[in-house]
Design a protein around this ligand. Structure first.
Ligand SMILES: Cc1cc2nc3c(=O)[nH]c(=O)nc-3n(C[C@H](O)[C@H](O)[C@H](O)COP(=O)(O)O)c2cc1C
Length: 182
């Protein structure tokens, strides 16, 4: 076996920094007539159609109970313009704070679920929890997207991708290559 040259061991606590895909999203929930928004980057596509998305919402977050109880949320995808607000929503809890008002985000009514869209985001996915079997063990929710919205003018959205420790990459150049994926 060849010795790894020029590489060092990556602490296991830092593994997420190389694998986290992004884009960072804003997850909205609603409970007791009050909407909330939290930042989320641990999510993954699971099926093309109907679109299924898996995501981790920690049980330490206020959003967790809302999502578990109501089984509804909206995944809103921001661009780099919203970076500061995105980080603010990830560093404050909606338990006592109205983050929409505090950070200048606009809630807009969704069509199929109670939580609002975030108007400033270029895309929003209205979702329902379809499988909660891994919630107890991993805080992992499986969501089905039931309605999706996109700003048609956002052809090359400069999305945010979390690299940990306060660093984000901004989506850049586009390559067009033949691919077996849809
Ligand atoms: C860039 C970034 C990514 C985050 N990703 C997640 C995530 O995937 N899952 C999660 O549970 N919390 C994540 N968080 C933390 C929550 O956004 C944070 O705990 C937030 O304050 C929870 O808000 P809430 O208590 O109003 O639900 C992230 C925070 C940041 C800044």
């Amino acid at each position: 076996m060849t010795r790894l040259r020029g590489k060092r061991a990556l602490p296991l606590s830092r593994v997420y920094r190389v694998l986290e895909p992004g884009p960072v999203v804003l997850l909205t929930t609603a409970q007791k007539g009050r909407a909330n928004v939290m930042t989320m980057s641990w999510h993954t596509m699971m099926e093309f159609e109907p679109p299924l998305v898996g995501c981790i919402v920690s049980n330490r977050n206020y959003s967790f109970e809302a999502l578990r109880r109501t089984k509804e949320c909206v995944i809103n995808i921001p661009t780099a313009q919203l970076a500061k607000k995105v980080v603010a929503c990830g560093n404050a809890s909606g338990r006592k704070l109205d983050k929409f008002a505090a950070f200048g985000l606009t809630p807009a009514p969704a069509s199929r679920v109670a939580p609002p869209l975030v108007a400033e985001c270029y895309a929003s996915l209205e979702c329902k929890v379809v499988d909660a079997r891994l919630v107890e063990r991993y805080n992992f929710f499986i969501l089905r997207v039931v309605k999706a919205w996109i700003d048609p003018s956002a052809t090359r959205p400069r999305t945010l991708h979390h690299r940990g420790l306060g660093e984000f990459m901004i989506a850049g150049r586009t390559l067009r290559l033949a691919s077996q994926m849809k």
